[in-house]
Design a protein. Structure first.
Length: 184
């Protein structure tokens, strides 16, 4: 299966790229952290980013029924994108943060193992889902989110990220097409 997705034009992404800051040695020594929060402080950059991602989502051959946002930055863009394309939104959260019945999975992060959960009633069998997060590094949290969608009978149409750290090759662990607006 190809992990490539069609790309909309990059109009406006220069402002987004400029707003993203690089913070050395965060959260650990040797890590160069790409901070997306400055984009949210610049309404023109945020609108450019959202418009770019919406254009991409509307170009998919199958309309997503649900946008799934990964804890926590996927919660910032996920609902906005869902609203703009007429889809629902559901969060994948860290263990113990969601009410009701949940499914869970363990995955490896750069800093050690973690557990994420998803409400059992968030995905219905056959739903088409796009998993959204701010950044893909190793792909562990995105794969975990996709696995939870699959456990409930949903189909991941695509994994969508604002930023991709290509040197970590996180897209290789994912089982659906990957789209990232900005690559480092």
């Amino acid at each position: 299966m190809s992990n490539q997705a069609t790309k909309p034009t990059t109009d406006g992404l220069d402002r987004v790229r400029t707003a993203i800051t690089a913070i050395p040695d965060f959260p650990l020594p040797g890590i160069l952290f790409r901070d997306l929060f400055p984009v949210f402080r610049d309404p023109l950059a945020l609108e450019a980013l959202v418009s770019h991602l919406v254009t991409h989502l509307l170009s998919l051959p199958t309309k997503p029924d649900l946008i799934v946002g990964i804890d926590a930055r996927g919660f910032l863009l996920g609902p906005i994108l869902a609203l703009r394309i007429g889809a629902g939104f559901a969060p994948v959260r860290k263990r113990g943060k969601l009410p009701g019945e949940v499914v869970s999975t363990t995955y490896e992060k750069e800093y050690g193992p973690d557990v994420v959960e998803f409400q059992k009633d968030a995905v219905k069998k056959g739903m088409n889902v796009v998993v959204v997060d701010d950044l893909i590094a190793t792909g562990g949290s995105a794969k975990a989110a996709g696995d939870l969608v699959g456990q409930l009978g949903g189909k991941v149409l695509e994994y969508l990220f604002v930023i991709e750290l290509e040197f970590l090759q996180g897209r290789k662990v994912l089982d659906a097409p990957v789209y990232s607006a900005i690559k480092y």
